[in-house]
Structure formats: structure tokens, C-alpha cells
Write a protein that binds this ligand. Structure first.
Ligand code: C6P
Length: 404
């Protein structure tokens, strides 16, 4: 990846603690290119009005910009219909929507929901909430020590009580990319729908929802160079049509009387209230940005960084990588001797290096590995091998400080 890409991200010119910023926390959120920020600014300066309501020109312009983004995203993930894209705040809200709407309608006491040991809390807690309401229960797929899913165990868990499978495309802590096509096919053989948590895949891997044949797919714009506060839930038309809205309000109705309400068609049925219009527009610009670079180019660059970093990390004494599955995204979690991950991250910060430390919202996974947390470096399209070299040097420094 050339330097031109880095120049598109003004924040990367920053100094932190008098050192050039080395941003390696892309799994938490990515930085934003100028084009995305400018698209949001342009919207507020030129097109801002509420959508779907106005008779006047400006409101029509705002509506067009909003709906254009939906179309852009639908095409990007190869959805069959644009109205299969529901705008939500983030991946978390998308999963809550499915749990509260699909789950509330379909789950009965004794029913089962399959998730896995490596899930983010956002793909655990929403299911626990609906389990409490409906009497359904969670079944958890085991993983192997290297962070790969135990597919045999998954197949054993599927039975006639299984009502949904909800699984991460890629793990935010381990980097493991799950064989979701196989997972989906196995569930569909029993007519069980599958939700994919795509938070760590979108922006890194080409997503084709029709090819995957997933029933639901969720992701957040902010993890793919887009704005915070906006994400999508993709759902197959028939499933979304069968589900009740889980929030009521303006813009999701056809007719309201005090006796009853007739809901709007998709996608409005699930978009109650004034949405995050400007960030939807920014999300559209994000897709344009990714397309202009090329998702394959991004994937190739990140693969190279992962390979380079994995080799470099194995030369650091006392460092153990947590998560060594053969298929990974550009995420490396590690422990360094007995040094607490927070101490590692704090010292790295003094060198201008931003990494995340802790349980990464995967506490059950930490329990599986019997560790309190890890330090995590996660790479994006603007990261370089030189930055990895500086990280390695800094880790050696951390070890020295703690060996005194
Ligand atoms: N993981 C991380 O540092 P939201 O916050 O809704 O945009 O994304 C939630 C989420 C869901 N699933 C996975 C696999 C994720 O990684 C995340 C977010 C961030 O790892 C913040 S905790």
C-alpha cells in the first residue's frame, strides 16, 4: 500500500507523546478518510433536512442521498433487494433487533440458540436477554486451543430445538475467520436461520450475502473507515417481512389510530424515528472509498501485514500469540511474559502506539484461555511493515522495563 493512502487519513499525521501516531486499534474502530468526513460535511452544508416527510426540494435531496447510500451498501454486499438493508446504530443494535423481533416471535421455552465460545458480548447478551423473556437457552460451540471453531461439536449441537445460529464471521480477539458458508449450509439442512456478526469482516473481506446464503448479516460503518453511530442489518426479505417491528414511532407506519397501527413496508418498518441521516450519507461515501481502493487490494495488504507481524512476533522472547487459526483477519492478540496487558498498552502509548488491552468484550473467551486479557494489535489498510518494526522494538523495551 503506498503512502498516498496514508495521506487520505489526516489523523495519521498526528503526533502522540511526541511520536508519530501508530494506530493499531483498527478492530475497535478505524480512522476515517477525508472523503468520508467531507461527504458528511457536504450533507450538512448543502442537503440537510429530515427525510421521507418533506414535500419541499431540500427534503427530497436529503431523502435521495439517504436512499442512495442504502442502494450502494446493498450492491456492495450483493443483497437481492435494497430494502433488505435496515439502518441501525451499529452491529450491536442489529443483533438486538433480530433477538427482540425474530426471537420474541419465534422462541419458546426449551428452544435453543447456538453461538460460539469466541463471540463478542454483542452476540451473547442480546440472546441472553431474549432467553430470559422466552425461556429459550444458549448452546455454545467449543473452540480448539488454536482458536478454530470445533465444527464437529457444532454439528452435534444442532437439533430440532435449535431456532437460530448466531456466529461471528471473524473473531475480534483471535482474528479467526470462521467457515461461515459451511456453518450456514449445515444449519439450513435443518431449516435453521443463521445470523452472521460481520463486525470484523466488513471492510476486510468481500461479503456476498447471496453467495453465503446467510439469513441475517450485521456490521458497523465505523470499523470499515466510516462514521460511528451507523451500521446495517441485512435480512432476507421474507424473514424481515415475517418479523414485527421492535421499536415504534414516526416513519415506520402506514396508518395509525388509537385502536391499532398498520406498519410501513420494508425497510421503514424497522427504522422508527428520525434516523442518523448524515452518517448514512457518510456510510455511502465509505463504500465508495473502499471500492476506489478495492476490497481485494485491502485484503491482500492486510494478509501481508498479518504474515509479517506474526513472524516478527514469534521472535519476541516471552510473547505468546493467542489465536493461531489458519484463517485469520489482520488481528494479533498476545500475552507478554506475566506483564499485565494494560501495562503493555500503557508503555506502547508512550511510544505513540495505540493498541487495545483487556478482555475485548469477550470475557467467556478469556475464561476459556484462563487469562485476564490480552494486548491486541489490529491492522488496517494504512498500516505499514515499518510500523510493525517499531511495535516490535517497543515490545522489547517493555520486557526490559519489567525485567529490571
Ligand atoms: N468490537 C473491539 O474492539 P459495535 O460496537 O456495535 O460497532 O460492534 C460490536 C461488535 C460486535 N461483534 C464483534 C465481533 C465486534 O468486534 C464488535 C466490536 C470492538 O473488538 C469494540 S468492543
Amino acid at each position: 500500500m503506498d503512502n498516498k493512502i496514508r495521506q487520505l487519513f489526516p489523523i495519521l499525521q498526528n503526533k502522540i507523546n511526541n511520536k508519530p501516531l501508530i494506530y493499531l486499534d483498527n478492530a475497535a474502530t478505524t480512522q476515517k478518510p477525508r472523503s468520508v468526513v467531507e461527504a458528511i460535511e457536504h450533507f450538512y452544508f448543502n442537503d440537510n433536512a429530515n427525510i421521507h416527510r418533506g414535500i419541499y426540494k431540500l427534503s427530497q435531496r436529503a431523502t435521495n442521498a439517504y436512499e442512495k447510500s442504502r442502494k450502494n451498501i446493498a450492491e456492495f454486499i450483493n443483497a437481492k433487494y435494497t430494502h433488505e438493508i435496515i439502518f441501525v446504530r451499529n452491529t450491536t443494535e442489529a443483533i438486538n433487533l433480530v433477538a427482540q423481533s425474530y426471537g420474541y416471535k419465534n422462541f419458546k421455552p426449551g428452544d435453543e440458540i447456538i453461538i460460539s465460545t469466541m463471540e463478542h458480548h454483542s452476540n451473547i447478551v442480546p440472546w441472553q436477554l431474549i432467553c430470559k423473556k422466552t425461556g429459550a437457552k444458549l448452546q455454545v460451540i467449543n473452540i480448539h486451543e488454536n482458536g478454530e471453531l470445533d465444527f464437529n461439536h457444532y454439528e452435534k449441537l444442532i437439533n430440532n430445538r435449535t431456532k437460530i445460529v448466531a456466529i461471528a464471521h471473524a473473531s475480534n480477539t483471535l482474528g479467526t475467520v470462521n467457515p461461515i458458508k459451511k456453518i450456514i449450509a449445515a444449519a439450513h439442512a435443518h431449516n435453521i436461520p443463521v445470523l452472521i456478526d460481520g463486525a470484523q469482516a466488513s471492510g476486510h473481506i468481500q461479503i456476498d450475502v447471496q453467495n453465503l446464503d446467510c439469513d441475517f448479516y450485521a456490521f458497523s460503518a465505523h470499523k470499515m473507515y466510516g462514521p460511528t453511530g451507523i451500521g446495517i442489518l441485512y435480512g432476507k426479505e421474507a424473514l424481515l417481512n415475517s418479523m414485527p417491528p421492535y421499536q415504534g414511532g414516526g416513519d415506520m407506519i402506514k396508518k395509525v389510530t388509537f385502536a391499532e397501527t398498520e406498519y410501513a413496508d420494508l425497510p421503514q418498518k424497522f427504522e422508527a424515528g428520525t434516523p442518523n441521516i448524515a452518517d448514512v450519507v457518510g456510510f455511502g461515501a465509505t463504500i465508495d472509498f473502499i471500492k476506489s481502493v478495492g476490497i481485494d487490494v485491502i485484503a491482500k495488504h492486510e494478509k501481508e501485514l498479518l504474515k509479517y507481524a506474526t513472524a516478527a512476533f514469534s521472535n519476541v522472547k516471552g510473547l505468546k500469540i493467542i489465536g493461531t487459526a489458519p484463517e485469520k483477519t489482520s488481528i494479533i492478540s498476545f500475552i507478554l511474559d506475566k506483564i499485565h496487558p494494560h501495562d503493555v498498552a500503557t508503555i506502547l502509548d508512550t511510544e505513540g502506539i495505540a493498541v487495545r488491552a483487556g478482555h475485548h468484550c469477550t470475557m467467556p473467551l478469556m475464561e476459556f484461555y484462563n487469562i485476564p486479557g490480552t494486548t491486541r494489535a489490529s491492522f488496517g489498510l494504512y498500516n505499514t511493515k515499518e510500523e510493525i518494526d517499531i511495535l516490535i522494538e517497543a515490545l522489547t523495551k517493555v520486557r526490559k522495563i519489567f525485567s529490571r
